[in-house]
Ligand binder design. Structure first.
Ligand code: BG6
Length: 488
């Protein structure tokens, strides 16, 4: 099967950091179908040879095994081409059309790795230039809009030119091996299903913590904030994966229908829950990885009086028979104590205690997403002989855990998120992509929080870089009688 992958934003940050390395890994693993072209598109004045040199410079910075040898890069570079285009200029699309006609590939992928402000124009112009053939697939990076209305407007334009089965909306968390294993855990094993409900589960905690600050993306981030950047998409997709009903099969729409039901069942916000179940924070100066780091407002590109949140903690509830009353806590932020993404499923304690065990001890399942990828099952066991001086003391239990490390088990050179998703686009597999109704529903749920924060004079609470966020986040969960799992 021949393919042309057109990378709009071909010299941009995403292509540089994620897409080119992913395409190279797919090439190295032999999974990129033979006979393809990768066509970078940008406004820069480059020819194919100069584009190849630019990409080579990127790989020259790579250390270790991921760095291609000269011979390997030479073979990969033969796939790379460049077309100079200004996406706002209708006549430039003719140049692209001419390049595509040279091959007439079986599949043409249009990957919009540009600023979202160009999505609508690019889709309209692609359609106007007749580049929306049935063989075309279009890939849209997040963020798709900044609220429900703008999201709908973008989706309407894209759908005017392309069928829903040609539209691949990326949420790269769905491509992570750890997230696929979450689906495998839930729907490939019968063990957990009977326990996966309100009768046995006390609460679920979803944490996506980053130790990095906003890096070079200050200007973008200051207009976005953690709620739009991480919660509306990645965190809610994780919530869907953990809370959805088993789909009837593994087809894209069966999975997406179930995720949509979860989003639709999220309990609506009230003035009380907005006040009590949402926390926003902003990092101040502190320490990261042993070095002093500036606060958010001192970062380049950030307004020194910014009220943008770099931390969010929320309490959500899925109002259905399976989950009614079970709190789902979501927490994400930049410059936190560690890079650590995990989901903790806390089970209820044994109903009747016949052993002595530490206060509040109960079972939990920790699903480590990154940097470690694996499962820990926390149990209680009798580790030591309780007999003292010949007298039997009451049996007491101590926490122990079973630890499954997927990197050790399957090797850490597994297929990365972008590699996986790019190959899925080329193969036309939509399972790991987000449908427009899911996106809209997620916006609908976060919008009242956005509105509450816009009008709330208090602003975000400050937290020191290198900590777990403002203390209000611990207070929020403590009101239910629980604690974040690293605090308990
Ligand atoms: C992106 C966000 O979607 O995800 C970034 O825009 C964030 O702000 C990134 O850093 C986190 O991705 P990962 O794969 O490093 O956890």
């Amino acid at each position: 099967m021949s393919f042309d992958l057109v990378l709009f934003g071909g010299t941009g940050d995403l292509a540089w950091r994620k897409l080119m390395p992913a395409l190279f890994q797919a090439f190295r693993h032999g999974s990129l179908p033979a006979g393809g072209r990768i066509i970078g598109v940008a406004r820069d004045d480059l020819d194919d040879a100069q584009y190849r040199e630019l990409i080579q410079a990127r790989f020259d910075k790579v250390e270790g095994a991921k760095r291609p040898s000269a011979e390997e890069f030479g073979r990969f570079a033969a796939l790379l081409h460049f077309v100079r285009m200004d996406l706002s200029q209708a006549q430039d699309y003719a140049r692209l059309a001419a390049t595509l006609r040279e091959r007439d590939a079986d599949t043409v992928v249009m990957y919009l790795a540009t600023t979202p402000a160009l999505f609508t124009t690019a889709c309209e112009q692609l359609a106007a230039a007749g580049l929306n053939t049935p063989r075309t697939r279009i890939v849209l990076e997040k963020p798709l809009g900044h609220d429900l209305e703008s999201n709908r407007a973008i989706n309407a334009t894209v759908r005017a030119g392309f069928g829903e089965n040609q539209i691949f909306r990326i949420d790269h968390y769905l491509g992570k091996p750890s997230v696929q294993n979450l689906f495998a855990l839930r729907f490939g094993n019968a063990l957990f299903e009977p326990l996966w409900r309100r009768e046995t589960i006390a609460n679920i905690q979803i944490t996506i913590a980053e130790d990095l600050g906003v890096e070079k993306r200050g200007a973008f981030y200051d207009n976005t904030g953690a709620l739009r950047d991480m919660v509306q998409n990645h965190a809610l997709q994780l919530l869907c994966a953990i809370g959805m009903e088993p789909p009837i099969n593994a087809h894209a729409d069966a999975i997406r229908d179930e995720k949509l039901k979860v989003l639709r069942s999220l309990k609506a916000w009230t003035p009380e829950t907005l006040a009590q179940h949402t926390v926003r924070g902003q990092y101040g100066p502190g320490n990261a990885n042993g070095a002093a780091v500036p606060g958010y407002r001192e970062e380049p590109g950030v307004d020194p009086a910014s009220r943008t949140e770099t931390f969010v903690a929320l309490r959500a509830e899925i109002a259905n028979w399976r989950w009614a009353g079970v709190p789902f806590y979501i927490r994400t932020g930049k410059r936190l104590a560690a890079r650590d993404a995990r989901i903790v499923v806390n089970f209820r304690p044994a109903p009747h205690a016949i052993f002595r065990s530490p206060a509040g001890a109960a079972n939990s399942l920790v699903i480590n997403l990154q940097p470690r990828d694996g499962l820990e099952l926390h149990l209680l066991a009798q580790g030591q002989d309780n007999r003292q001086a010949g007298r039997a003391a009451p049996l007491s239990l101590a926490p122990v855990h079973l630890d499954l490390d997927f990197d050790k088990r399957f090797g850490s050179e597994r297929v990365g998120a972008y590699e996986r998703l790019l190959l899925d686009v080329i193969d036309g597999r939509l399972n790991l992509f987000v449908r427009s109704d899911e996106q809209e529903e997620a916006w609908r749920w976060v919008e009242p929080v956005m509105e509450h924060w816009r009008t709330d004079a208090a602003g975000p609470r400050s937290y020191a870089a290198g900590t777990w966020g403002p203390s209000a986040s611990s207070a929020m969960i403590a009101r239910d009688g629980f604690c974040w799992n690293e605090e308990c």
